[in-house]
Design a protein around this ligand. Structure first.
Ligand SMILES: [Zn+2]
Length: 338
């Protein structure tokens, strides 16, 4: 069974709000009809999600490309800075050796006897100069170390950024086949409706002995069983969208059925077949109207005939909503056709 996704909040007779006393088969029927009537919207929503996910993957891929570039640049920078730092360090070592040499020279000049004042002065100057060079290179090494620390931090940031971008892209890529799978397994409206139809007679059998008025609800003034309310409402709405007004008498009590047997000229109330009445009228206790599972359809206040636009619309579309016509009565539509 495919995964069902709630697309829009249903208004009436939804499986979720079905009456607790409603039997299982009727509930399954209702769920199948609900799925049938929402699966296209569900799939459309999933396709929209898929489009968004594909666009996101494109964006994420671009981000990975940019992060890869930033990472490579940061690595290159770090390599350059490391080389520069080593060179500065080497120059400092040279300066330190130079300073050491000049100090030795000064010490030798001071020890020399007779002492050469000129040599001492020259060596002293050399020490001063070498000290200044050493200090300047020390300062440069300090600066180079600061630059190196910054480059290392930048390289770490770039590497983390690349790792994150790759993970985000991977998640975006993984979401796509999941959505595609959900679309592929969502099922079809016709498939769910066909499944529901196979249950319709069992629905009647189950509902009849347990029926209570509380199991009905009113849709645009027509009282129907809760388990067909969503489908009936969708049928009325979709017909209206096609320019066809549908209304009618749904539920009626057994008492009213008894009255109708008399009004419609049946030979007797309890035994004569429906077809023997002036207007076909089921024996009380057998009518699907008494369960809210049949509707005598009117259009613009008039009872349906086979020539009406509403009858033609229903003939083409009612099955989608689980409604079947009783051939001898153009106006009578129920979940079994009975
Ligand atoms: Zn009827």
């Amino acid at each position: 069974m495919a995964t069902a996704i709630a697309v829009a909040a249903p208004i009436v007779g939804t499986p979720g709000t079905a009456h607790a006393a409603v039997p299982g088969v009727a509930q399954n029927y209702s769920k199948l009809m609900y799925r049938s009537l929402t699966v296209d919207a569900t799939k459309a929503a999933l396709r929209k999600t898929l489009t968004v996910q594909k666009a996101a993957l494109k964006t994420r891929t671009t981000e990975v490309t940019a992060a890869t570039r930033a990472d490579a640049a940061a690595r290159k920078k770090l390599a350059d800075v490391t080389t520069a730092h080593a060179a500065v360090h080497e120059r400092l070592k040279t300066a330190e050796r130079g300073l050491s040499d000049t100090k030795n020279r000064l010490a030798r000049a001071k020890k020399q006897r007779p002492r050469s004042k000129k040599a001492v002065t020259s060596a002293t100057k050399a020490v001063t100069s070498a000290t200044a060079t050493r200090d300047a290179r020390r300062k440069r090494l300090h600066e180079a170390a600061t630059v190196l620390r910054a480059a290392k931090a930048q390289a770490r940031t770039a590497a983390t950024g690349l790792q994150k971008a790759a993970a985000v892209r991977q998640a975006a890529a993984a979401a796509i086949p999941k959505t595609e799978q959900r679309i592929a397994t969502a099922g079809t409206a016709a498939g769910f409706a066909a499944q529901a139809t196979t249950l319709s007679r069992d629905v009647v059998t189950e509902i009849r002995p347990k029926f209570a008025l509380a199991d009905t609800t009113t849709v645009y003034g027509t009282t129907v069983h809760r388990n067909v309310a969503y489908a009936f409402k969708r049928m009325v709405d979709d017909a209206r969208a096609d320019g066809v007004a549908i209304s009618g008498g749904g539920f009626r009590t057994k008492q009213r059925q008894v009255e109708l047997r008399k009004i419609n000229g049946c030979p007797d109330v309890w035994t004569a077949p429906a077809s023997s009445c002036r207007v076909p009228t089921a024996i009380p206790g057998r009518s699907l109207h008494e369960l809210g599972l049949a509707v005598d359809v009117t259009s613009d206040g008039k009872t349906l005939t086979k020539k009406t636009k509403a009858f033609k619309w229903l003939s083409a579309n009612a099955a989608k909503y689980g409604y079947v016509n009783l051939p001898s009565e153009a106006w009578h539509w129920s979940i079994t056709g009975g």
